[in-house]
Design a protein around this ligand. Sequence first.
Ligand code: LIP
Length: 256
Amino acid sequence: MKERLKEIIKEAGKILHEGYYSNKDVTFKAKKDLVTKYDVGVENFLKEKFSEEFTDFNIIAEESDNSNIEFKDSIIIDPIDGTTNFVNGVPHTAISVGVYKDKKPFIGIVYNPILDEMYEAQIGQGAYLNGKQIKVSDENDFQKALMATGFPYSSGTNSDDLNDVIEKIKTILPKCQDIRRLGSAAIDLCMVARGTYEGYYEMNLKAWDVSAGIIILNEAGGKVSTLNGSDYRLFEDKYIVATNGYIHNSLLELIK
Ligand code: LIP
């Protein structure tokens, strides 16, 4: 299944790639939350192919806004993760596809067609970037850890969420090497998986932002939890904390 998924996702990547270099009609789903005809185009392409070929799975997808359908044997699609990057010409933008069987992780694929970077993982088989196996970093000194985070769309309207973002940065920044904000949760998780970042955290993400990245990171030897250290549950938990494993407790201590 993974090989066929990759072929289809590569094909869909051409739509994203073309859109990245074209004029985009941008509309706003909410104050900071953008959508373009390319998000819809990539999603429709993937949904059509997946529903023809993988009939045992239902499809949960960002732009279809159908996260109320049963999560069980599901393919979870984010057609363009990092839409703000896509719209503004920042090359960190990706198609994210996570496959779950009976709610359990099975296959994760994150494809950035601008940089032509294909991250993939199947449970028990390791994680790969463009065919080469990737592993998390072995840095265990928090002071040397490069961290990443994201700013939830809700920080534009909800002052509690904005304060939470600021407080966590105030706490972490003096204690780590630095903090990045790349603008795609799917890629952020892969950046931890490939050993570039030691850790990443963010609130209010949706299942499609992280469904694939979680599988890739776990297969690269990383750790994913919620703020209190328990397993992160798609569709349920507010906070995701994802690290190389070595700095996990140090990060949780600082932000919980
Ligand atoms: C976005 C993320 C981004 C995060 C935003 C949003 P979208 O997804 O991946 O990193 O900070 O809150 O969820 O809307 O581009 O698919």
